[in-house]
Design a protein around this ligand. Sequence first.
Ligand code: UT7
Length: 320
Amino acid sequence: MTVYARVIGTGGYLPAEIKTNEDISKTVDTSDSWIFERTGITSRRIAAAHETASSMAEIAARQAIEMAAIAAEEIDLIIVATGTPDNVYPSTGCMLQHRLGIKKCVAFDIQAACSGSIFGLDMANQYIKSGAAKTVLVVGAEICSRIVDWTDRGTCILFGDGAGAVLLQAAEQEGILSTHIHSDGRFEDLLKCPNPQALGEPDVAGYISMKGNEVFKVAVNTLGRIVDETLAANNMQKSDIDWLVPHQANIRIIAATAKKLKMSMDHVVVTLQEQGNTSSASVLLAFNEAVRDGRIQRGHVVLLEAFGAGFTWGSALIRY
Ligand code: UT7
């Protein structure tokens, strides 16, 4: 019997504060029209002072657990993807385990920047297919606003805060059909966020820096290739995909991937207009939104994909 990792619940959380393009244009030399035309973003959410990656992860996770109608104790593995953990250690996964009141399960973090949730789905799939775990919670949670340099107009316009969650369980019915993940560590200088303390360089700014235009070109080409790889691995045609759920970095990158799939934008889940780029949370936030509003229905084939620092990139093909 083939065992699949089937989606049994999804969740998402966005902080209350809305920061508009107009707000940003009061502090750096930019404009609402420039940001919207170049990125598709009009506003993003900003976490309150008391919020952290683990507090946001908890809300998203509880929603997923509620939708799945399982007891939290049934979860035997928690994977949290984050580049903005509450602590270096304990992991945000362990903090989330405690917040959810789960005494016996394994929990840890993974770090693959904006591709984090796809890497998390890949790991969850491997654990479930091998029989090592039965019920796995994957969360992407980010407080990007705290690692953004709010004086850098090339990056501060892009990022936002939030958390997305998905619960997967071993099942006979189809679920994750395949995952594909990749890394290429040569591109540190194009996109990074250093950790000054660990580097022993306290004067280095621990903020995101990016050569946006160069990242843009690599992202478009790489995501085109991952689409081909995913379709070929599943012996599927472009027309077999019902929904594209992309990482929400830039509407022009998303549109290029949709074009590659010959897919109308009506079948692409876009959340970045009011969320910006929430890094590892973005794909799961978008997936949750389209599941909850009924666009994604049982039986639909959904292609999730992401690209981020590292570089890292990947896809997950899911029959919902
Ligand atoms: O999620 C992880 C992966 N990240 C991404 O995929 C992000 C990929 N990159 C991007 O989304 C885009 O490159 C940006 C939105 C960051 C920038 O858009 P762009 O079309 O690539 O612009 P650019 O960097 O080539 O800059 C064009 C011009 C420059 O001025 P000059 O040199 O032509 O005079 C910039 O200085 O736009 C200027 N510029 C701005 N102007 C107004 C850069 N940022 C801004 C700004 N407002 N915020």
